[in-house]
Design a protein around this ligand. Structure first.
Ligand code: IMP
Length: 197
């Protein structure tokens, strides 16, 4: 796994307009795409010819899911769930509500949950408890990012792209107040962007 390191030079000049408010690039586009190729190869191996159902958690996981499924050689089917976790703009409270459920039954299916980021782990834990009650054959969990924090709960994550410091990050699907999702890299926001809004 590549150790993420803040690169302030890269944040300047890269997609200048979209990057406004970004203090530093934490994970470059190239590092993300390399990690995705590795994860896809491992998932292909684990699928062993079966067709899994990839479940993307809206909205942040859309970018990761789109790249990950195209990097896989196996047949896959996809579906999405949307959950809202009550909390402020930069932290979740663990109280979760399903806003959009799956379109299909997952009984006896191999389900691959695709998450953008595991922070406290509360959202994922709620989601997994919910999905496990539907009798899938098995559930694998892939997360692009996981924050390293002492008080995170112990939740199932089978494969992580990058363990990152406990900072608020945006880009590659992740937003702050609805913006920055279309950055091709993961960046750290300037403190004044968070304070101003
Ligand atoms: P958790 O329940 O604390 O693990 O938070 C999970 C959800 O919070 C993620 O799926 C994101 O939508 C959001 N989130 C947590 N940390 C960040 C961050 O650093 N940037 C953007 N969104 C985040």
């Amino acid at each position: 796994m590549v150790e993420p390191a803040l690169d302030e030079e890269l944040a300047i000049g890269m997609n200048a307009e979209k990057s406004d408010g970004i203090k530093a690039v934490l994970i470059t586009e190239e590092q993300i795409q390399t990690a995705i190729r590795d994860i896809a190869a491992e998932l292909d191996e684990a699928c062993g010819g079966e067709t899994p159902l990839m479940v993307g958690v809206l909205t942040g996981a859309v970018t990761f899911m789109a790249d990950l499924m195209r990097a896989m050689r196996s047949h896959v089917q996809i579906d999405f769930m949307a959950v809202s976790s009550y909390g402020d703009e930069t932290s979740s409270s663990g109280v979760v509500r399903i806003l959009k459920d799956l379109n299909q039954d997952i009984a006896n299916r191999h389900v691959i949950v695709v998450e953008d980021i595991v922070d406290s782990g509360l959202t994922l834990q709620y989601l997994l408890d919910n999905l496990r009650r539907r009798d899938p054959a098995r559930i694998s969990v892939v997360a692009l990012l996981r924050k390293v924090k002492a008080d995170a709960i112990d939740v199932q994550v089978d494969r992580v792209g990058f363990d990152i410091p406990d900072e608020f990050v945006v880009g590659y699907g992740l937003d702050y107040a609805g913006r920055y999702r279309n950055l091709p890299y993961i960046g750290v926001l300037n403190e004044d962007v968070v304070q101003k809004s």
